[in-house]
Design a protein around this ligand. Structure first.
Ligand code: URA
Length: 436
């Protein structure tokens, strides 16, 4: 078999066989197939696509390119939740502790943020001492004892995806449904959970800008997971504006803690309830949505999710007092209110721009090597549908700066991300669809 022939086959619009995909992925992982041939192949896929069978084989080969986590020694149901990424998306920080309070076990591999989207690992590192470089033994034991453990992306799990994703990132071949689905699902399958919920974001702050593309991606991933014997759920949720009010690492951690105390913003709290309730229904712990919501209410009232978060943070070297006293978390030296210069309804927020503003304040990375500042970010006071008076605060910027002023570019960019109109807009749905 020759990689040249496989590139030509895909370029001419034909489907590859399982053997051909196996040859290509194992050759690429070992370094026998060079990046330039793989880039030509991914570009051919970008234009020609892959059918369902090819996408499944690609996923399975990438999942098997490294270690497969064996969670069978952990009693109980092993669950995993994955978001396709967005702005202000701190959902895992509230969902995992609540799942653990119901006895469900989260063994999770999470990434760092890049560009306008945040990453769970960066958010958790706002807790002083918290780290994700733990041994596999600690990872497994912690899932058993606490119910939650998080590791960063390791070179051992799905190494073919790690290599291929880095290549796609620099060859303009990320945005293809088969390639995204196989990339995400290879990691999920390698990480071993039996019940997997995918939170597929849709809108201006998401990878998938339209609902139709988001649904197509979700359906593809659900099919792959089911074929691999996993229980799958996909939630298509809104990313046309930041989720909750806080954008920025420690600010988002504080918002997740507030939510576990029953004091979170309405949209974020609703998404957390929806996701946790889907897990409760799928695992048979609840019989109806109403029952699931009442069960979550009780856990929040008894602060059981909060306690799980504290145990998890402590187990991974963090400071649990910061969970009970979030005012101890990193705080920016300066805050500035950003005021509206006109009155009206917020009709649109360019979500991606808000993520970029937070990155410009130091809360995110433009390049992989950048060091982030956990304290900085933005807390929105007004969201789509709200009325704002001339001179009223739209948001508060938290920043650290040698000149004591926030970067002017970030303030300008923030203001131009908001559209204010005379007419009250139609409220955006939070959840578009649930696929299972
Ligand atoms: N996230 C991934 O892990 N892979 C993709 O291809 C896109 C988003």
């Amino acid at each position: 078999m020759r990689m040249y022939d496989l590139i030509m086959k895909k370029r001419n619009g034909y489907a590859l066989t399982e053997e051909e995909i196996k040859y290509m992925i194992s050759g690429y992982t070992k370094g026998d197939i060079p990046d330039y041939q793989m880039s030509a192949f991914t570009m051919a896929v970008y234009f020609r696509g892959m059918n369902e069978e090819e996408t499944y084989h690609l996923t399975m080969e990438m999942a098997h390119s490294g270690e497969l986590l064996d969670l069978s020694g952990i009693p109980g149901i092993k669950v995993d939740k994955h978001s396709t990424g967005g702005v202000g998306d701190k959902t895992s920080l509230a969902v995992m502790p609540l799942l653990a309070s119901f006895g469900l076990k989260s063994a999770k591999m999470s990434g760092r943020g890049l560009g306008h989207t945040g990453g769970t690992v960066d958010k958790l590192e706002s807790f002083s001492g918290f780290h994700t470089e733990i041994s596999m033994e600690q990872f497994i034991n912690q899932v058993k004892d606490v119910g939650i453990s998080i590791i960063g992306q390791t070179k051992d799990l799905a190494p073919a995806d790690k290599k291929l994703y880095a290549l796609r990132d620099v060859t303009a071949t990320v945005e293809n449904i088969s390639l995204i689905a196989s990339s995400i699902m290879s990691k999920k399958l390698a990480a071993g959970a039996s019940v997997i919920l995918l939170d597929v974001k849709t809108g201006s702050g998401a990878f998938m800008k339209t609902e139709a593309d988001s649904v197509a991606l979700a359906e593809e991933m659900v099919k792959i997971g089911k074929n691999a014997g996993r229980t799958m759920i996909a939630v298509i949720s809104d990313m046309n504006q930041p989720l909750g009010n806080a954008v920025g690492n420690a600010l988002e951690v504080k918002e997740a803690i507030a939510t576990l105390n029953g004091e979170g913003p309405e949209d974020f709290t609703k998404l957390v309830y929806e996701i946790v309730s889907e897990f409760l229904l799928k695992t048979g712990l609840a019989k109806s949505k109403d029952e699931a919501f009442a069960m979550i209410d009780e856990k929040i009232a008894k602060k059981e999710g909060l306690e799980k978060l504290a145990l998890f943070v402590e187990a991974q070297g963090g400071t649990k007092e910061e969970v009970y006293h979030p005012e101890l978390l990193p705080k920016a030296e300066y805050v500035m209110e950003i005021k509206s210069d006109k009155e009206g309804y917020i009709s649109h927020i360019q979500c991606e721009e808000i993520g970029i503003c937070s990155m410009m304040l130091g809360g995110g990375r433009e390049k992989k090597e950048d060091i982030i500042d956990p304290a900085v970010g933005i807390v929105l006071s007004k969201k789509v549908g709200d009325f704002v008076n001339d001179g009223e605060t739209l948001a508060v910027m938290h920043y650290n700066s040698a000149t004591h002023t926030p970067p002017l570019d970030a303030v300008k960019r923030f203001l131009s991300a908001y559209t204010i109109s005379d007419e009250k807009p139609v409220k955006l749905p939070l959840i578009y669809k649930i696929i299972d």
